[in-house]
Each structure stands twice: as C-alpha cells, then as structure tokens.
Design a protein around this ligand. Structure first.
Ligand SMILES: Cc1cc2nc3c(=O)[nH]c(=O)nc-3n(C[C@H](O)[C@H](O)[C@H](O)COP(=O)(O)OP(=O)(O)OC[C@H]3O[C@@H](n4cnc5c(N)ncnc54)[C@H](O)[C@@H]3O)c2cc1C
Length: 406
C-alpha cells in the first residue's frame, strides 16, 4: 500500500464503529483509498437506542446517508425532563416545526443497529473502502514517510496516514498521547423492550429523562414505536473500572429506592440488562501528530448526559474531510487543521456533559434550584441555550480553527 497512482494519499482507519465508518465515507468520497481495521469478527452495533440531534443530521447529509438514517428514525415531539422524586414536570421542550425551522433538522431517536447499518450500506458499496474484520491492531509504527499497523494475527497494513477511531480505550491514542481514561463511577444499564412491555402511561413520543438523586432514568421509542429504549444511570457505591458486562436486576433496583413508583416500574420491564461502567477523558490541547490523528471516542470520550458522543463522531468525520480538501490532500496539515477545529468544540461538549450530569442527578437544595430554573422556561430560551450545539453545519465546520489561528 502507499500513495496510489492518482497521487491521492492512502489512510488506515482503526475501528469500525460509527466514527470509523463515517470517517471512511468522508475520505473515500474525496477519492482517498481507505483500509478500515475492525477488531470484531462481525460488523454491527449493540442492541440499544441513540438520540440524534439536528447536528447529527447535518453531518449525515454531508456524508450522503441522511435520508437512509431518517427512514429508520423516530422523530420525537418533545424533549422532556421529569422530577423522579415527585413526578412533576421540570421541562418539556417541543422539537416540532419551530425547532426544525431553527436548526434546519429534526431531533430523532434511532436503533443503533439501524444507524450503523445505514452507514455500513454506503461503506460496503464504496470501491475505495476495504473493511477488514478480525483485525485487532496491536502495534503501530508512525513515521514521517508513512504508518504501519500490525494486527494481533500478524497482518501488516501500511498507508500514508492513520486515524484512530478505536473508542474509549484507543491504542492509537495511547501511542499519540498516553493519558488514562477518567472512570466516572457512573454506571449505565440499558435494555430494549417490546412496546407491549412498556407501561401504557409512559409510551411518550419523546426522550424522557426522570431526574433523581444520584440517578436518572430515560425512555424513548424505537422503530416506529414497536420498541422502547430504557436507560438508567446511577452513581456506583463500588470502585469501578471502564467496561461492559451483564447487568444484575438486584443491583439496579438497589439504586432507585428513593424514586417514585411511576418511573420505578420501568426497572421491572426488561428480562435482561447490559451494564456500562462509563469513562471520559479530560480534554487535551492537541490530538494530531504528523500523519496520525484521532476521531470520535478515541479523541474525546464523554459521558452520555447530552446524548452527543456519536453526533460528535459524525461531525468529526465531516470536518476531517473538509480539512483534507482545504489543505489540498496534505494530510499532516489537514490533521492539524481538523484538530484545531474540533478541539474547542468537543472539549466544550465533554465539560458541559459533566455539568449536565450534575444537574440530572441533583439532590436536596440543588434539585430545587434545578427545578425552579427550568420550570416554565419558554421553548425559545431552550433553543437559545442549545444553539451552539445543535446549529453546527458543515459549511462552517473549520471556523473554530480559523479563530484559533487569528
Ligand atoms: C449509555 C450510553 C448512551 C449513549 N447515548 C448516546 C446518544 O444518545 N447519542 C449519541 O450521539 N451518543 C451516545 N452515546 C455515545 C456513543 O455511543 C459513542 O460516542 C459512539 O458510539 C462513539 O463511536 P466511535 O466510533 O468513536 O467509538 P466506538 O463505538 O467505541 O467504536 C470503536 C470501534 O473500534 C474497534 N476497536 C477498538 N480497539 C480496536 C483495535 N485495537 N483494533 C481494531 N479495532 C478496534 C471497536 O471494536 C469498535 O468497533 C452513548 C454512550 C453510552 C455509553
């Protein structure tokens, strides 16, 4: 491998999640030949839902897969926060016509497999993308003349540049930066249930957050309302390590004793749960070096309180392509520009998410402050507050880098 006959550089992408596949599409659409290395034997996503803000649709459209993702999505009517202790409504923000007019795209929820599948359809049809499964990258050689990745089974892949899209425990990041993830101690349980198993009085067409002391519950419909996604989060009393495992109903019930019976009934619905012990990382001032850079959770892992991790990975992918064009295919220069554009924005999201976690899990007087601040707010005030996040668009995605350089 190496530079192709049309003189466009070649790229290795490590990790075939949403971020890696979106990056593959973004680069291949520019004529760049890509090897996508995924450690799993099969291509797919976990069985759970995902919220997609309007910024995600702007990115998906730029990648040419917006309509395919829209077809599998549920467009919600509102975003709702309820107080999980007394069942009062804290906030209910309409995301219908006025929201769409303001942010040029809808707010939606999607099954992860549907989002991943829609992007994968485009990836597998693209002649410039070679998707290698069972390709776990173990060693990297990053030099000025190119990069080589060596997989666990001894295969070697070489190209002009490399993008680490390999998630929270990125091997590419450990080579470039070497910092440790910050295990949050916040544990998430997730399950998808058939609509028939969802309490009738909670079948709302909205992502609903039930905010409780040191915990919260979320539910929203999937697949035309045939299924519901349930997510519950609590502050663990144990010392946690980042990772995914089978959940225990006994454990989850023990954390929601102070919560009202109406949201609490959700905990009985799933027959099985998966358990995520979450982590993020402190933002860094740089994540690109020569022909290597990072994208998605490898670059800026975050907790889930703003439902933006995958949305940010999609924005990253589009911005990477724009930077490559702007730098006329000089990849080290493009990676510097891309990082300069993405770091202020993604750092703001990582830090805002931590604050949002505090608001979700407020207790005592903080809970009263939260409720009094948000109750009765007009939609326009909410829209103003999320303008910076949801109004992202591909045409201006390099603007932050230009600001930083000015
Ligand atoms: C509970 C929870 C809820 C969330 N809800 C939302 C939401 O509603 N909306 C939203 O936008 N985001 C949400 N997120 C965040 C979102 O899931 C992630 O930000 C997103 O999936 C990151 O995608 P990625 O491709 O960067 O990383 P990953 O999805 O982690 O993909 C990394 C890929 O790299 C592969 N890999 C890893 N190491 C190697 C290696 N050495 N060699 C080869 N391959 C490797 C992995 O197998 C994997 O396929 C949520 C996260 C959690 C935990």
């Amino acid at each position: 491998m190496g530079t192709t006959s049309n003189a466009k550089p070649t790229v290795l992408l490590v990790g075939g999640g949403i971020g890696g596949m979106a990056a593959a599409l973004s680069l291949a659409r520019l004529g760049i030949s890509v090897d996508l290395l995924e450690q799993s034997a099969t291509i797919g996503e976990i069985g759970a839902g995902l919220q997609l803000g309007p910024n995600a649709f702007a990115a998906l459209d730029a990648l040419g897969v917006g309509d395919a993702v829209r077809r599998g999505s549920v467009f919600t009517d509102r975003l709702v926060m309820m107080d999980a202790v007394d069942c009062s409504e804290v906030a209910s923000v309409p995301v219908g016509e006025a929201f769409r007019a303001r942010f040029r795209n809808p707010y939606a929820v999607s099954h992860r497999a549907d989002l991943h599948g829609a992007i994968h359809e485009a990836v597998k049809d693209h002649p410039l993308i070679r998707f290698h499964t069972s390709a776990q990258v173990e060693a990297l050689d990053i030099g000025v003349r190119g990069v080589t990745a060596v997989t666990r089974d001894g295969r070697r892949f070489s190209a002009d540049a490399i993008v680490g899209c390999d998630g929270v425990k990125s091997v590419v990041r450990s080579k470039l930066i070497g910092d440790a993830p910050r295990v949050s101690g916040h544990v998430v349980y997730r399950a998808v249930v058939p609509a028939a198993d969802m309490p009738e009085d909670l079948r709302w067409n909205a992502p609903v957050v039930w905010a409780g002391p040191n915990c919260h519950l979320v539910h929203y419909p999937l697949r035309h309302g045939e299924q519901y996604n349930l997510v519950v989060t609590f502050h663990s009393r144990d010392r946690e390590e980042w990772g995914v495992s089978d959940g225990s109903k006994k454990e989850v019930l023990s954390y929601f004793e102070g919560v009202h019976a109406r949201p609490r009934q959700l905990l009985d619905r799933p027959t099985s749960w998966r358990r995520w012990s979450t982590a993020d990382r402190d933002p860094v001032a740089n994540w690109s070096e020569g022909p290597a850079t990072l994208l998605g959770d490898a670059a800026h892992p975050m907790m889930q309180y703003l439902a933006q991790g995958a949305c940010m990975a999609l924005e990253d992918a589009v911005t990477l392509g724009k930077a490559v064009e702007a730098c006329d295919f000089d990849l080290p220069a493009a990676f510097r520009l891309y990082a300069a554009a993405r770091i202020p924005r993604t750092a703001r999201v990582v830090l805002s998410v931590r604050e949002m976690g505090r608001i979700y899990h407020a207790k005592g007087v903080e809970r009263l402050v939260r409720n009094s601040l948000w109750t009765g707010r007009t939609p326009e005030r909410f829209y103003d507050a999320v303008e910076w996040l949801y109004a992202w668009n591909p045409e201006q995605c390099l603007a932050d880098a230009r600001l930083a350089a000015a």
